[in-house]
Design a protein around this ligand. Structure first.
Ligand SMILES: [Zn+2]
Length: 218
């Protein structure tokens, strides 16, 4: 665990605001690291388990998005794939690649600041909110997580503007990122429970008693 905020007494909205403030601060540090201002945290309640910036420029590896780096670290720290008790925070709506990975971790909540209408795993490609993934393959994909979109968008956008005002203006003009007013952008999409299908029970039984299946002959 990196840090824990005290005194919130389960106030999720206050925790989200504190975490997003930290995430936005981290996105400014990404600029100093030679990266674009993407940052991500994975938290359990008021505990920050991991924080990450993009490593794409430094590693010359397009899979090193901040969100994937954070997911990988969180699984390593917890010693399990399941992140259903965690919230993923990111300054920019996670892309389809990262959203797919997040669904496989069964992430419980996702909170982001700037919408991504061209690349987003919610706004453009319905990966985070797809019920078919979890209903058809609940043994692989978690339930549809709660998604809080547009939290502190204008604060996060200020970092992008500071990074490069001209590039940010073009990004905004072309509609790649952001472009909404905070009033119209902020939304909460509620979690949708998964169905516990037959195959998931079969997988659980397989993990519990693998010898039983070895003896079976079809
Ligand atoms: Zn991504």
């Amino acid at each position: 665990m990196i840090a824990k905020f005290n005194g919130f007494d389960g106030d999720q909205a206050a925790i989200d605001k504190a975490m997003m403030e930290r995430c936005i601060g981290l996105s400014a540090k990404a600029i100093e690291q030679g990266e674009m201002p993407f940052a991500s945290l994975i938290c359990r309640g008021a505990e920050i388990l991991v924080e990450a910036t993009n490593q794409v420029a430094r590693a010359e590896d397009i899979t090193r998005h901040a969100e994937l780096v954070a997911i990988s670290k969180a699984q390593h720290i917890l010693g399990r794939k399941d992140l259903s008790d965690c919230t993923l925070y990111c300054t920019v709506e996670l892309c389809a690649m990262c959203a797919f990975a997040a669904r496989e971790t069964r992430i419980g909540r996702v909170v982001f600041a700037i919408k991504s209408p061209m690349m987003g795993g919610v706004s453009k490609w319905n990966v985070l909110r797809d019920t078919e993934l979890s209903n058809a393959m609940p043994e692989v994909f978690g339930a549809v997580p709660e998604v809080v979109a547009g939290l502190m968008q204008e604060d996060a956008e200020r970092i992008w503007h500071a990074w490069n005002p001209l590039i940010w203006a073009v990004i905004r003009y072309r509609g790649y990122l952001g472009g909404y007013s905070a009033d119209t952008c902020f939304t909460t999409l509620h979690a949708i429970p998964e169905r516990h299908g037959f195959l998931r029970r079969l997988f659980a039984f397989h993990n519990h008693a693998p010898d039983f299946f070895r003896r079976l002959r079809f």
